[in-house]
Each structure stands twice: as C-alpha cells, then as structure tokens.
Design a protein around this ligand. Structure first.
Ligand code: SF4
Length: 447
C-alpha cells in the first residue's frame, strides 16, 4: 500500500542532537580540537558578579566561527541558519528548544567587551598554540603577501583634498568608523628614521575613512589588505595583520608580523619569502639584522635612467667607499640624504671637463651617483638570487596564493561586512582562526 506522510506534531520527543551530527562532520572534528577555556577568564572583568545571566560569550564565539567556517557573512542570516541547522545548534551548545540570540547581540558585544579584551586575537593565538601542539607549526620558513579585500564603502561618496579630515572633524555627529579614524590620526607617531613617511591619501571615504582607494583589480574601490604570515612547511597562518590597501602599509606590516610572532608565539623564522614589492633596502636590512634570510627579489631602480650611464656602469670600491666611473675616475662620498636614506657620491668637475665620455654621462659639471644606506643588505640578498634555496623558496612562496583563494572562495572573505581598520582586523583574525581550525580538523581523526 502506498503510504502518505502526514505532518503530525508529537507531544513529546525523545531527541538527542548529538545522535544526528555525523561523526565525520567538520564541526564535530573542530569541536574535538577547539579549546575556548580562555573566554570566560578573558571576559571576567567585563561582567557583573550579580544580576541576570548574560548570553554565553563562548556560545557567541562558536556562532561567529560557524559563520566564518561556512561563509555566512551576514549575522542576521547566521542567526537564521543556526536556528534551522542541527549541526550548527549542536556546535553552539544550543538544544532544540533553546533560543538563538538576536543578531544585534553580536554588534553590542563586539564594540564593547569583545574589543576591550581583544577576544578575537586571543582566539586566534589559542588556535595557533593548538596548531603548534599538533605539530602544525614549524616556524622555520615563512612567507608574507597581501591580498585586497573590498571595504563596505562606496567610491562615489568620497571627500577629496588635503582638508578632507578637517571636513569630517567639523561634523556635529560622527559615526564610529569616522571617530576611530580621527582618533588614529591624533594618536599617530612620527615615522622612525628608516620608515617611510605616511602617505597622504588623495581622497577618503566618509563611510570608512581608514580604507584606501585602490585600483589593483579593476576600477578604483575602497579596500583593506589582509597580510598573513604563512608557515611554508605546514600552510598554517602564524599571524595576520589588517592594513589599508596601500603598498607601503602592506610592506610595513611585515615587521609587525615577524616581531609579534616572536614575542607572542616564540617563533624565530630562519627565512622569509615575499614578492618584489617587499624588496626595499630598509626591510631587507631589518630582516638580515634578525638573522632571517630574505628570499625576496630586490627592488632595483639603478637602470631607470635613459640616454646616460646608469648606476650599473659605476663600480663600487667597498674598502675606499668610492665609486669608479666608466672612465676609471673616482666619485667620492659627499654626504647622506637622511630623508631619502641615500649616500651621495660625486665626481671631480676637472675629471669630467676633460672626459670624452661626458655626453653619455652628464649634462652638468660633475656626475653624481647615489647608494642606499641599506645597499649592503641589498647586495647580500642579490647574492642569494639564483641559488637552489632561493629558487625553491620562490616556488614555495606561491602557496600563500592558495590560502588567499581558500579565504575568499570557501570562507567568503571577498568583501568586508565590518567597517574601520579594527573591523577589518577582527574579520581577518577570525577568518585566519577558522582556516587554522580547518587544518587542525583535517588532522583530527573522526570521533
Ligand atoms: S663624465 Fe666624469 S664621471 Fe662621467 S665618465 Fe667622464 S669622468 Fe667619469
């Protein structure tokens, strides 16, 4: 006889969520390796000892992780999905009849107690520590790179000109991202002696002024950059930093990543691979000082001079600290330009006046050649190019592109849902934690 399914609500159910989550489900494997024991301790000072119990912050963190693991970008939709999905409920410790928190709860906690104790970074570092315990952190050969993630800001509404920040300051009420931008401007320290001067943006977004206008991938859009420090032996993300999508900020993030991996995680890499954008002398010198071999192509502008002898035509005598020109005359050191961090060498006017090669060399009375203060470091890195280790590191560095692909395609990190640099940092840190948890889960045997 053909049966007919009739919807009939039973009065009582004998139902255990645990029985309905497959043993090899991703969330079950992640649950077996996830340790959120630090959450209550980290947030203890933010809660009163009396009164009505709050929504469990550990449960909120679990819900956020579900969002990042399954590419659910909207918190409103995340609440709906957790309400409907048995595995999500099980992972968040919510029974069938338990109420899922309202989406506004995340926003309130984020801008309050979560950011006050940097909960998302604590979670990320806890996950990296678990990766280390599981043998997923070698920390020997690392790579850095940056990828652009679009900000939630329209380029149509931009403020142009040097007084754009003043226009924002003059407003009666300012949004949270604008307040954070103005506070960051007020707190900014002058750059160090070997750091580049900050770039003045040509325009800012009044919606998210910390985002940078970039045209890396087509039409100009406001964006941030995700900068991970990747372990090339295990593909584990050792650290991650958010910056506006500007080359200078992305390169500067490398120092933050390497320093923080040392102080917070005790990681001292032997080599660092990156693309040519990172091949500036100051960064190469900084890495060499820390005994980190930079497998990075050196930025070289010595050939960018048409019609005249380029710097390559002049040979450097390290012992005498002089250059020799194609006519074998000396160019002596005559001072350092501190702003551009270059040492300047000049020929003698008498030598040039009598020189047959002068038309190919200079239109002035004498010829000058500059040498970066960090040129020794650049020479040391140039000497690495072509070695087996360099070629291998150059090939392995491309693994970081796969990580970007995974974060964008599988975890949905194509556009940001939160505004301001702090919002970008939170999203990147959580996405990196979710990525590392997937690595850990892959190792964990089904329970
Ligand atoms: S012009 Fe001066 S610097 Fe240039 S090749 Fe002749 S002597 Fe040397």
């Amino acid at each position: 006889m053909m049966g007919r399914q009739v919807a009939q609500g039973a009065l009582f159910y004998g139902f255990r969520l645990d029985d309905h989550v497959p043993s090899d489900h991703l969330l079950r494997r992640i649950d077996s390796v996830l340790d959120l024991g630090f959450v209550r301790e980290a947030l203890a000072a933010s809660y009163s000892a009396s009164g009505r119990p709050s929504i469990d912050p550990e449960m909120m963190l679990r819900m956020l992780l579900v969002g990042y693991l399954f590419g659910i970008r909207s918190e409103r939709r995340l609440c709906e999905e957790v309400h409907l999905n048995l595995a999500y409920r099980w992972f968040c410790r919510l029974d069938l009849a338990d109420r899922v928190p309202d989406h506004s709860t995340f926003s309130k906690n984020r801008h309050g107690r979560f950011r006050a104790c940097d909960l998302h970074r604590l979670l990320f570092e806890q996950v990296v520590a678990q990766c280390a315990a599981a043998g997923l952190v070698a920390g020997h050969d690392v790579a850095v790179d940056a990828s652009t993630i679009l900000a939630d800001a329209s380029r149509e509404k931009r403020l142009k000109g040097a007084d754009a920040a003043d226009k924002l300051r003059g407003r009666d009420t300012v949004s949270r991202p604008v307040a954070e931008y103005l506070a960051a401007l007020d707190a900014a320290l002058p750059p160090g002696p070997d750091e580049p001067a900050p770039v003045e943006p040509a325009s800012i977004s009044p919606t998210d002024p910390q985002a940078a206008l970039t045209c890396k991938h087509g039409p100009a859009r406001y964006a941030y950059a995700i900068n991970p420090l990747l372990d090339l032996d295990t593909d584990c993300i050792l650290d991650v930093e958010a910056t506006p999508a500007r080359f200078a900020a992305e390169v500067a993030a490398t120092r933050t990543l390497v320093s923080r991996a040392g102080t917070r995680l005790g990681i001292a890499p032997a080599s660092l691979s990156a693309d040519k954008a990172y091949g500036s002398g100051p960064l190469l010198g900084w890495l060499i000082e820390r005994n980190i071999t930079p497998y990075i192509p050196v930025i070289d502008r010595g050939r960018q001079r048409d019609a005249f002898f380029t710097r390559d035509a002049f040979s450097y005598d390290r012992e005498a600290d002089t250059y020799r020109c194609p006519a074998d005359k000396p160019l002596s050191y005559c001072g350092t330009n501190r702003a551009s961090q270059v040492r300047v060498y000049r020929s003698r006017p008498g030598d040039c006046a009598a020189c047959e090669l002068k038309p190919q060399c200079t239109i002035g009375r004498k010829r000058g050649v500059t040498r970066l203060v960090s040129e020794d470091a650049r020479d040391a890195v140039r000497a690495l190019a072509g070695t087996d280790a360099y070629v291998q590191a150059h090939r392995r560095r491309k693994r970081i592109e796969r990580v970007f692909g995974h974060l964008k395609r599988n975890l949905g990190l194509r556009t940001l849902k939160l505004r301001s640099l702090a919002g970008a940092a939170e999203e990147f840190t959580m996405a990196a934690a979710a990525y590392n948890l997937q690595l850990l889960a892959r190792q964990a045997a089904p329970t």
